[in-house]
Design a protein around this ligand. Structure first.
Ligand code: OGA
Ligand code: MN
Length: 252
């Protein structure tokens, strides 16, 4: 199965092999104790006040910029960057598409990134999934979003690559509800381009510009916040995650 994502006029095809992270962690750790310790490490870093802030951001402007460097386990961002660099160098990243199923098109005029889905099997991915789980719970408790699972992929943009203005999900489909993008790039300068530009709900005026510096992240409502990735001038690494309301992918 190749990659897909939503553009402004398409609905993303969910990736069937992705499962709720709890199941993955169970299999990975083999016992309850190990699962609990991943959760505990993350719980210390994600406090209620911070979750309140994120929920207020989603309920208000619908997007929040965050610094996750102190919220994620020490070394995790470096470990994730190391993984994606290897995937990139071994050409394991696949060209991303727009649309779903038979309509999936690899339109290089809309997006030019390459992606690789995360399955949670490596230690850094399991830690990251622990973080996503905690966040999913915290947002559900505060916003009653009924987020049931998530899917996540690495993305690389090479010099010249971009992703034009789009929404991550169609309104009312209750598929992708909350988007999160975590950046993995050290020493990202203004000259490196590749910023995430966030637009007002009508998609007309820019309301934010986020530099894809390691540890920075954005969280936003997938159906509400148009955004684009400006042309990168250096290889740009990130993880994108979508929290979803559906238990299983919608039929075509
Ligand atoms: C996406 C996306 C933003 C970014 O993958 O849908 O909009 O900054 N990514 O990488
Ligand atoms: Mn997007």
């Amino acid at each position: 199965m190749d990659a897909e994502n939503a553009g402004a006029v398409v609905v993303p095809l969910p990736e069937p092999r992705l499962e709720p992270a709890a199941g993955l962690l169970d299999r990975l750790a083999g016992d309850e104790l190990a699962v609990a310790s991943v959760g505990d490490a993350v719980a210390d870093l994600i406090d209620d006040a911070w979750l309140d802030e994120l929920a207020d951001g989603l309920a208000g402007p619908a997007w929040v910029e965050m610094d996750l460097s102190a919220r994620l386990p020490v070394g995790l961002i470096d470990a994730l960057r190391h993984e994606v660099e290897i995937l990139h160098k071994t050409e394991a990243m696949k060209r991303a598409g727009v649309g779903r199923g038979a309509d999936l098109v690899k339109d290089r005029s809309i997006r030019r990134d390459k992606i690789a889905w995360l399955a949670g099997f490596s230690a850094p991915q399991a830690e990251l999934f622990g973080f996503f789980d905690r966040l999913r719970e915290g947002l559900n408790q505060r916003l009653f979003l009924g987020l049931k699972r998530y899917e996540a992929h690495y993305a690389t943009y090479q010099p010249g690559d971009f992703y034009k203005n789009h929404l991550d999900s169609f309104r009312g489909r209750a598929s992708r509800v909350v988007s999160l993008v975590l950046y993995l790039n050290e020493d990202w300068g203004l000259e490196d381009g590749g910023e995430l530009r966030v637009y007002s709900p009508e998609g007309t005026s820019a309301v934010g510009l986020v530099r894809p510096q390691a540890g920075r992240a954005v969280l936003f409502l997938s159906e509400e916040v148009p955004h684009e990735v400006l042309q990168a001038r250096r290889t740009r690494y990130s993880v994108a995650c979508w929290f979803r309301q559906d238990e299983v992918p919608l039929p075509l």
